[in-house]
Design a protein around this ligand. Structure first.
Ligand code: SAM
Ligand code: SF4
Ligand code: SF4
Length: 378
Protein backbone atom coordinates (compact mmCIF):
# COMPACT_ATOMS: atom_id res chain seq x y z
CA UNK A 1 0.00 0.00 0.00
CA UNK A 2 1.22 3.53 -0.76
CA UNK A 3 2.60 5.41 2.20
CA UNK A 4 0.26 8.14 3.41
CA UNK A 5 2.58 10.86 2.25
CA UNK A 6 2.39 9.49 -1.32
CA UNK A 7 -1.36 9.66 -1.41
CA UNK A 8 -3.08 12.18 -3.57
CA UNK A 9 -6.50 13.70 -2.96
CA UNK A 10 -7.69 13.07 -6.48
CA UNK A 11 -10.75 15.33 -6.54
CA UNK A 12 -8.59 18.40 -6.74
CA UNK A 13 -6.70 16.93 -9.66
CA UNK A 14 -9.88 16.10 -11.48
CA UNK A 15 -11.29 19.57 -11.04
CA UNK A 16 -8.16 20.98 -12.59
CA UNK A 17 -8.08 18.49 -15.42
CA UNK A 18 -11.66 18.77 -16.65
CA UNK A 19 -11.80 19.17 -20.40
CA UNK A 20 -14.03 21.85 -21.82
CA UNK A 21 -16.04 19.99 -24.46
CA UNK A 22 -15.93 21.16 -28.04
CA UNK A 23 -19.17 22.11 -29.71
CA UNK A 24 -18.71 21.01 -33.32
CA UNK A 25 -20.54 23.00 -35.97
CA UNK A 26 -22.93 21.53 -38.51
CA UNK A 27 -23.26 18.03 -37.06
CA UNK A 28 -26.43 15.98 -37.45
CA UNK A 29 -28.30 15.29 -34.21
CA UNK A 30 -30.40 12.44 -35.52
CA UNK A 31 -28.08 9.65 -36.72
CA UNK A 32 -27.16 6.61 -34.61
CA UNK A 33 -24.65 7.49 -31.94
CA UNK A 34 -21.70 5.09 -31.67
CA UNK A 35 -18.31 5.43 -30.04
CA UNK A 36 -14.93 4.55 -31.54
CA UNK A 37 -15.61 0.82 -30.96
CA UNK A 38 -19.19 1.08 -32.31
CA UNK A 39 -20.75 0.94 -28.84
CA UNK A 40 -24.01 2.88 -28.33
CA UNK A 41 -24.77 5.07 -25.30
CA UNK A 42 -27.58 3.50 -23.28
CA UNK A 43 -26.88 3.84 -19.58
CA UNK A 44 -26.18 7.05 -17.63
CA UNK A 45 -25.11 6.91 -13.99
CA UNK A 46 -25.60 10.16 -12.18
CA UNK A 47 -23.74 10.89 -8.96
CA UNK A 48 -25.83 13.27 -6.84
CA UNK A 49 -23.37 13.74 -3.99
CA UNK A 50 -19.72 13.03 -3.22
CA UNK A 51 -20.53 12.59 0.48
CA UNK A 52 -21.20 9.35 2.28
CA UNK A 53 -22.05 8.26 5.80
CA UNK A 54 -19.99 5.06 5.35
CA UNK A 55 -16.24 4.74 4.98
CA UNK A 56 -16.03 1.42 3.13
CA UNK A 57 -12.38 0.53 3.15
CA UNK A 58 -12.38 -0.27 -0.57
CA UNK A 59 -14.02 3.01 -1.58
CA UNK A 60 -13.53 5.87 0.90
CA UNK A 61 -10.85 4.78 3.37
CA UNK A 62 -11.13 6.71 6.61
CA UNK A 63 -7.52 7.82 6.70
CA UNK A 64 -7.99 9.70 3.41
CA UNK A 65 -11.63 10.77 3.69
CA UNK A 66 -11.29 12.14 7.19
CA UNK A 67 -12.39 15.33 8.88
CA UNK A 68 -9.88 17.36 6.86
CA UNK A 69 -11.11 16.11 3.51
CA UNK A 70 -12.82 18.87 1.55
CA UNK A 71 -15.99 17.70 -0.09
CA UNK A 72 -17.51 19.77 -2.86
CA UNK A 73 -19.36 22.94 -1.84
CA UNK A 74 -23.07 22.92 -2.61
CA UNK A 75 -22.62 25.54 -5.37
CA UNK A 76 -20.36 23.13 -7.28
CA UNK A 77 -23.01 20.42 -7.42
CA UNK A 78 -25.35 20.25 -10.37
CA UNK A 79 -28.81 21.41 -9.31
CA UNK A 80 -31.79 19.12 -9.89
CA UNK A 81 -32.81 21.34 -12.79
CA UNK A 82 -29.36 21.01 -14.36
CA UNK A 83 -29.34 17.23 -13.89
CA UNK A 84 -32.82 16.98 -15.37
CA UNK A 85 -31.85 19.08 -18.37
CA UNK A 86 -28.73 17.03 -19.09
CA UNK A 87 -30.55 13.73 -18.54
CA UNK A 88 -33.18 14.79 -21.07
CA UNK A 89 -30.49 15.52 -23.64
CA UNK A 90 -28.83 12.16 -22.99
CA UNK A 91 -32.15 10.37 -23.35
CA UNK A 92 -32.70 12.09 -26.68
CA UNK A 93 -29.34 10.59 -27.74
CA UNK A 94 -30.32 7.01 -26.87
CA UNK A 95 -29.95 6.62 -23.10
CA UNK A 96 -32.59 4.20 -21.81
CA UNK A 97 -31.48 3.72 -18.24
CA UNK A 98 -30.71 6.24 -15.49
CA UNK A 99 -29.10 5.19 -12.23
CA UNK A 100 -28.74 7.63 -9.33
CA UNK A 101 -25.67 7.02 -7.25
CA UNK A 102 -22.97 8.78 -5.26
CA UNK A 103 -21.45 8.90 -2.61
CA UNK A 104 -24.58 7.94 -0.82
CA UNK A 105 -27.43 9.28 -2.96
CA UNK A 106 -29.98 9.23 -0.15
CA UNK A 107 -27.94 11.91 1.63
CA UNK A 108 -28.89 14.43 -1.07
CA UNK A 109 -31.77 16.44 0.37
CA UNK A 110 -35.16 16.08 -1.35
CA UNK A 111 -33.84 13.46 -3.74
CA UNK A 112 -37.39 12.34 -4.38
CA UNK A 113 -37.98 15.67 -6.13
CA UNK A 114 -35.24 14.81 -8.64
CA UNK A 115 -36.65 11.29 -9.01
CA UNK A 116 -40.04 12.78 -9.86
CA UNK A 117 -38.50 15.05 -12.49
CA UNK A 118 -36.53 12.21 -14.09
CA UNK A 119 -39.49 9.83 -14.02
CA UNK A 120 -41.35 12.18 -16.36
CA UNK A 121 -38.70 11.86 -19.10
CA UNK A 122 -39.54 9.70 -22.11
CA UNK A 123 -37.40 8.06 -24.77
CA UNK A 124 -37.75 9.40 -28.33
CA UNK A 125 -40.22 6.55 -29.06
CA UNK A 126 -42.33 7.47 -26.02
CA UNK A 127 -41.16 4.60 -23.76
CA UNK A 128 -40.49 5.20 -20.06
CA UNK A 129 -36.93 4.98 -18.77
CA UNK A 130 -35.46 2.37 -16.52
CA UNK A 131 -34.97 4.55 -13.42
CA UNK A 132 -33.03 3.09 -10.55
CA UNK A 133 -30.76 3.94 -7.64
CA UNK A 134 -27.79 2.36 -5.86
CA UNK A 135 -27.61 2.87 -2.10
CA UNK A 136 -25.83 1.57 0.96
CA UNK A 137 -29.32 1.06 2.40
CA UNK A 138 -28.73 2.98 5.61
CA UNK A 139 -31.55 5.46 4.98
CA UNK A 140 -33.68 3.25 2.80
CA UNK A 141 -36.24 2.18 5.41
CA UNK A 142 -37.06 5.86 5.92
CA UNK A 143 -37.06 6.90 2.26
CA UNK A 144 -38.35 3.94 0.25
CA UNK A 145 -42.00 4.97 0.19
CA UNK A 146 -41.29 8.56 -0.91
CA UNK A 147 -38.93 7.32 -3.64
CA UNK A 148 -41.50 4.85 -4.91
CA UNK A 149 -44.23 7.50 -4.88
CA UNK A 150 -41.98 9.83 -6.87
CA UNK A 151 -41.55 7.24 -9.63
CA UNK A 152 -38.38 5.30 -8.80
CA UNK A 153 -38.74 1.79 -10.19
CA UNK A 154 -36.24 -0.28 -8.25
CA UNK A 155 -33.13 -0.15 -6.09
CA UNK A 156 -29.78 -1.87 -5.81
CA UNK A 157 -28.50 -2.13 -2.26
CA UNK A 158 -24.86 -2.67 -1.37
CA UNK A 159 -24.26 -5.13 1.46
CA UNK A 160 -20.93 -6.87 1.94
CA UNK A 161 -21.67 -9.26 4.80
CA UNK A 162 -24.38 -10.70 7.02
CA UNK A 163 -22.10 -10.99 9.98
CA UNK A 164 -22.24 -7.75 11.94
CA UNK A 165 -18.57 -7.72 12.89
CA UNK A 166 -17.42 -8.24 9.29
CA UNK A 167 -19.87 -5.67 7.94
CA UNK A 168 -18.88 -3.08 10.53
CA UNK A 169 -15.22 -3.61 9.71
CA UNK A 170 -15.96 -3.01 6.04
CA UNK A 171 -18.21 0.06 6.39
CA UNK A 172 -15.83 1.33 9.09
CA UNK A 173 -18.50 3.44 10.80
CA UNK A 174 -19.96 0.69 12.99
CA UNK A 175 -23.17 0.49 10.97
CA UNK A 176 -25.22 -2.65 11.75
CA UNK A 177 -26.42 -5.17 9.16
CA UNK A 178 -29.94 -5.21 10.64
CA UNK A 179 -30.67 -1.65 9.51
CA UNK A 180 -29.66 -2.40 5.93
CA UNK A 181 -31.83 -5.53 5.98
CA UNK A 182 -34.71 -3.39 7.29
CA UNK A 183 -34.16 -1.02 4.35
CA UNK A 184 -34.26 -3.92 1.89
CA UNK A 185 -37.45 -5.24 3.49
CA UNK A 186 -39.11 -1.83 3.25
CA UNK A 187 -38.04 -1.41 -0.39
CA UNK A 188 -39.61 -4.80 -1.11
CA UNK A 189 -42.78 -3.86 0.76
CA UNK A 190 -43.29 -0.65 -1.24
CA UNK A 191 -42.47 -2.38 -4.55
CA UNK A 192 -39.04 -0.98 -5.48
CA UNK A 193 -38.46 -4.32 -7.17
CA UNK A 194 -36.79 -6.41 -8.43
CA UNK A 195 -34.14 -5.60 -5.83
CA UNK A 196 -30.49 -6.40 -6.39
CA UNK A 197 -27.96 -6.67 -3.58
CA UNK A 198 -24.32 -6.01 -4.46
CA UNK A 199 -21.60 -7.64 -2.42
CA UNK A 200 -18.00 -6.62 -3.09
CA UNK A 201 -15.87 -9.67 -2.32
CA UNK A 202 -12.45 -9.07 -0.82
CA UNK A 203 -10.37 -12.17 -0.30
CA UNK A 204 -9.47 -12.59 3.37
CA UNK A 205 -11.94 -9.89 4.46
CA UNK A 206 -15.45 -11.08 3.65
CA UNK A 207 -15.14 -14.12 1.40
CA UNK A 208 -16.41 -16.25 4.30
CA UNK A 209 -19.70 -14.38 3.85
CA UNK A 210 -20.38 -15.66 0.31
CA UNK A 211 -22.38 -18.70 1.40
CA UNK A 212 -24.23 -17.05 4.33
CA UNK A 213 -25.28 -14.22 1.98
CA UNK A 214 -26.42 -16.70 -0.68
CA UNK A 215 -28.40 -18.73 1.86
CA UNK A 216 -30.02 -15.60 3.25
CA UNK A 217 -31.21 -14.12 -0.04
CA UNK A 218 -32.08 -17.37 -1.82
CA UNK A 219 -35.84 -17.58 -2.19
CA UNK A 220 -36.37 -13.96 -1.08
CA UNK A 221 -36.93 -12.43 -4.51
CA UNK A 222 -33.66 -10.48 -4.16
CA UNK A 223 -30.91 -11.12 -6.74
CA UNK A 224 -27.54 -11.25 -4.98
CA UNK A 225 -24.57 -10.17 -7.10
CA UNK A 226 -20.95 -10.79 -6.25
CA UNK A 227 -18.59 -8.06 -7.45
CA UNK A 228 -14.86 -8.49 -7.83
CA UNK A 229 -12.95 -5.95 -5.79
CA UNK A 230 -11.77 -3.40 -8.35
CA UNK A 231 -8.73 -1.20 -8.71
CA UNK A 232 -10.81 1.95 -9.00
CA UNK A 233 -9.53 5.25 -7.66
CA UNK A 234 -6.19 5.93 -6.08
CA UNK A 235 -6.84 5.59 -2.38
CA UNK A 236 -7.97 2.07 -1.53
CA UNK A 237 -4.53 0.42 -1.69
CA UNK A 238 -5.87 -2.21 -4.11
CA UNK A 239 -3.89 -5.41 -4.48
CA UNK A 240 -4.51 -8.21 -6.94
CA UNK A 241 -4.12 -10.84 -4.22
CA UNK A 242 -7.22 -9.44 -2.48
CA UNK A 243 -9.36 -10.10 -5.55
CA UNK A 244 -11.30 -13.35 -5.40
CA UNK A 245 -12.07 -14.18 -9.05
CA UNK A 246 -15.73 -14.84 -9.83
CA UNK A 247 -14.82 -18.35 -10.99
CA UNK A 248 -13.85 -19.15 -7.40
CA UNK A 249 -16.99 -17.53 -6.01
CA UNK A 250 -19.01 -19.68 -8.38
CA UNK A 251 -17.13 -22.83 -7.38
CA UNK A 252 -17.92 -22.18 -3.72
CA UNK A 253 -21.59 -21.64 -4.51
CA UNK A 254 -21.72 -24.78 -6.63
CA UNK A 255 -20.38 -26.83 -3.74
CA UNK A 256 -23.67 -26.15 -2.00
CA UNK A 257 -26.23 -25.25 -4.67
CA UNK A 258 -27.14 -26.57 -8.08
CA UNK A 259 -26.95 -23.61 -10.48
CA UNK A 260 -27.87 -23.18 -14.15
CA UNK A 261 -26.38 -20.47 -16.35
CA UNK A 262 -28.92 -17.95 -17.62
CA UNK A 263 -28.52 -16.31 -20.99
CA UNK A 264 -27.58 -12.63 -20.83
CA UNK A 265 -30.60 -10.31 -20.49
CA UNK A 266 -29.56 -7.11 -22.22
CA UNK A 267 -26.51 -6.02 -24.18
CA UNK A 268 -24.12 -4.22 -21.88
CA UNK A 269 -25.27 -6.21 -18.85
CA UNK A 270 -22.41 -6.42 -16.38
CA UNK A 271 -23.42 -9.58 -14.50
CA UNK A 272 -23.26 -13.22 -15.61
CA UNK A 273 -26.48 -14.60 -14.19
CA UNK A 274 -27.10 -18.04 -12.70
CA UNK A 275 -30.42 -19.50 -11.50
CA UNK A 276 -30.89 -21.89 -8.60
CA UNK A 277 -32.00 -25.13 -10.23
CA UNK A 278 -34.89 -25.47 -7.78
CA UNK A 279 -36.38 -22.17 -8.92
CA UNK A 280 -35.51 -20.23 -5.77
CA UNK A 281 -34.09 -17.22 -7.58
CA UNK A 282 -30.82 -16.15 -9.14
CA UNK A 283 -27.37 -14.80 -8.43
CA UNK A 284 -25.03 -12.68 -10.55
CA UNK A 285 -21.27 -12.50 -10.91
CA UNK A 286 -19.61 -9.27 -11.93
CA UNK A 287 -16.09 -10.05 -13.06
CA UNK A 288 -14.74 -6.60 -13.70
CA UNK A 289 -11.17 -7.70 -13.03
CA UNK A 290 -10.91 -11.31 -14.20
CA UNK A 291 -13.12 -11.07 -17.31
CA UNK A 292 -13.33 -7.72 -18.99
CA UNK A 293 -16.66 -6.72 -20.46
CA UNK A 294 -15.64 -3.54 -22.25
CA UNK A 295 -16.68 -4.71 -25.70
CA UNK A 296 -20.32 -3.85 -25.13
CA UNK A 297 -19.90 -1.18 -22.43
CA UNK A 298 -22.60 1.38 -23.10
CA UNK A 299 -22.28 3.33 -19.82
CA UNK A 300 -21.36 6.92 -19.12
CA UNK A 301 -21.05 8.56 -15.72
CA UNK A 302 -21.93 12.09 -14.71
CA UNK A 303 -20.06 13.29 -11.64
CA UNK A 304 -21.59 15.31 -8.85
CA UNK A 305 -20.24 18.52 -10.34
CA UNK A 306 -21.20 17.75 -13.90
CA UNK A 307 -18.15 16.13 -15.41
CA UNK A 308 -18.86 13.35 -17.85
CA UNK A 309 -16.66 10.24 -17.50
CA UNK A 310 -16.63 7.65 -20.25
CA UNK A 311 -15.06 4.89 -18.17
CA UNK A 312 -14.92 3.95 -14.51
CA UNK A 313 -11.15 4.10 -14.77
CA UNK A 314 -10.92 7.40 -16.62
CA UNK A 315 -8.37 10.03 -15.67
CA UNK A 316 -10.29 12.99 -17.07
CA UNK A 317 -13.87 14.14 -17.32
CA UNK A 318 -15.61 16.40 -19.81
CA UNK A 319 -16.94 19.50 -18.10
CA UNK A 320 -20.62 19.64 -19.01
CA UNK A 321 -21.31 22.09 -16.19
CA UNK A 322 -19.19 24.65 -18.04
CA UNK A 323 -21.55 24.27 -21.00
CA UNK A 324 -24.64 24.60 -18.80
CA UNK A 325 -23.46 27.56 -16.78
CA UNK A 326 -21.02 29.18 -19.18
CA UNK A 327 -17.48 30.18 -18.30
CA UNK A 328 -15.42 33.36 -18.75
CA UNK A 329 -15.53 34.10 -22.48
CA UNK A 330 -18.08 31.32 -23.10
CA UNK A 331 -21.80 32.02 -22.70
CA UNK A 332 -24.07 29.17 -21.53
CA UNK A 333 -24.88 26.74 -24.35
CA UNK A 334 -28.21 25.93 -25.93
CA UNK A 335 -29.67 22.40 -25.77
CA UNK A 336 -28.60 21.88 -29.39
CA UNK A 337 -25.02 22.86 -28.67
CA UNK A 338 -24.84 20.60 -25.60
CA UNK A 339 -26.28 17.70 -27.61
CA UNK A 340 -23.70 18.29 -30.35
CA UNK A 341 -20.97 18.30 -27.73
CA UNK A 342 -22.27 15.03 -26.19
CA UNK A 343 -22.27 13.36 -29.57
CA UNK A 344 -18.78 14.57 -30.29
CA UNK A 345 -17.51 13.29 -26.92
CA UNK A 346 -19.13 9.87 -27.34
CA UNK A 347 -17.89 9.46 -30.90
CA UNK A 348 -14.32 10.04 -29.73
CA UNK A 349 -14.64 7.42 -26.97
CA UNK A 350 -12.02 4.66 -27.11
CA UNK A 351 -12.03 3.52 -23.44
CA UNK A 352 -11.65 -0.17 -22.65
CA UNK A 353 -9.57 -0.14 -19.53
CA UNK A 354 -10.46 -3.60 -18.18
CA UNK A 355 -9.70 -5.29 -21.48
CA UNK A 356 -6.30 -3.63 -21.63
CA UNK A 357 -5.65 -4.48 -17.97
CA UNK A 358 -6.35 -8.14 -18.65
CA UNK A 359 -3.83 -8.06 -21.48
CA UNK A 360 -1.21 -6.57 -19.14
CA UNK A 361 -2.44 -7.15 -15.57
CA UNK A 362 -1.54 -4.56 -12.95
CA UNK A 363 0.51 -6.06 -10.19
CA UNK A 364 0.57 -3.29 -7.71
CA UNK A 365 -1.68 -0.37 -6.85
CA UNK A 366 -3.42 1.79 -9.41
CA UNK A 367 -2.09 4.88 -11.13
CA UNK A 368 -2.40 7.80 -8.76
CA UNK A 369 -4.80 10.11 -10.53
CA UNK A 370 -7.67 7.90 -11.49
CA UNK A 371 -11.11 9.21 -10.57
CA UNK A 372 -12.61 8.04 -7.27
CA UNK A 373 -15.65 5.76 -7.22
CA UNK A 374 -17.66 7.78 -4.70
CA UNK A 375 -17.24 10.83 -6.97
CA UNK A 376 -18.62 9.29 -10.17
CA UNK A 377 -20.66 6.47 -8.67
CA UNK A 378 -20.46 2.73 -9.29
N1 SAM B 1 -23.07 4.53 -1.70
C1 SAM B 1 -23.83 3.74 -2.60
C2 SAM B 1 -23.56 2.27 -2.40
O1 SAM B 1 -22.60 1.92 -1.73
O2 SAM B 1 -24.33 1.49 -2.94
C3 SAM B 1 -23.62 4.11 -4.06
C4 SAM B 1 -22.24 4.47 -4.52
S1 SAM B 1 -21.05 3.17 -4.44
C5 SAM B 1 -19.60 3.98 -5.03
C6 SAM B 1 -21.57 2.16 -5.79
C7 SAM B 1 -21.08 0.74 -5.78
O3 SAM B 1 -19.69 0.74 -5.99
C8 SAM B 1 -21.33 -0.04 -4.50
O4 SAM B 1 -22.05 -1.22 -4.79
C9 SAM B 1 -19.94 -0.36 -4.03
O5 SAM B 1 -19.90 -1.57 -3.35
C10 SAM B 1 -19.16 -0.37 -5.30
N2 SAM B 1 -17.72 -0.19 -5.12
C11 SAM B 1 -17.08 0.85 -4.53
N3 SAM B 1 -15.74 0.67 -4.55
C12 SAM B 1 -15.53 -0.53 -5.16
C13 SAM B 1 -14.37 -1.29 -5.49
N4 SAM B 1 -13.14 -0.88 -5.18
N5 SAM B 1 -14.53 -2.46 -6.14
C14 SAM B 1 -15.78 -2.90 -6.48
N6 SAM B 1 -16.91 -2.24 -6.20
C15 SAM B 1 -16.79 -1.07 -5.55
FE1 SF4 C 1 -20.12 5.09 0.61
FE2 SF4 C 1 -21.00 3.46 -1.24
FE3 SF4 C 1 -18.42 4.13 -1.19
FE4 SF4 C 1 -19.35 2.57 0.72
S1 SF4 C 1 -19.26 2.09 -1.47
S2 SF4 C 1 -18.06 4.39 1.02
S3 SF4 C 1 -21.40 3.30 0.95
S4 SF4 C 1 -20.08 5.50 -1.59
FE1 SF4 D 1 -16.72 0.17 -19.45
FE2 SF4 D 1 -14.38 1.19 -18.72
FE3 SF4 D 1 -15.49 -0.77 -17.27
FE4 SF4 D 1 -14.47 -1.29 -19.72
S1 SF4 D 1 -13.32 -0.63 -17.91
S2 SF4 D 1 -16.45 -2.01 -18.89
S3 SF4 D 1 -14.97 0.63 -20.79
S4 SF4 D 1 -16.31 1.31 -17.57
Amino acid sequence: MAAMSDRVIPLLDHRQQALRPQVPAGDDLTGQLRDGWRRPLRDLRISVTDRCNFRCTYCMPKDVFDRDHEFLPHSALLSFEEIHRLAGLFVAQGVQKLRLTGGEPLLRRNLERLVGMLADLRQPGGQTLDLTLTTNGSLLARKAQALKDAGLQRVTVSLDALDDAVFKRMNDVDFPVAEVLAGIAEAQRVGLTPIKVNMVVKRGTNDDQILPMARHFRGSGVALRFIEYMDVGATNGWRMDEVLPSSQVLARLQDEFELRALSPGATGETARRWAYADGSGEIGLISSVSQAFCSDCNRARLSTEGQLYLCLFAHQGHDLRALLRGAPGHPPCSDTDISLALRHIWRQRQDRYSELRSQAPAESGPAPRRVEMHYIGG
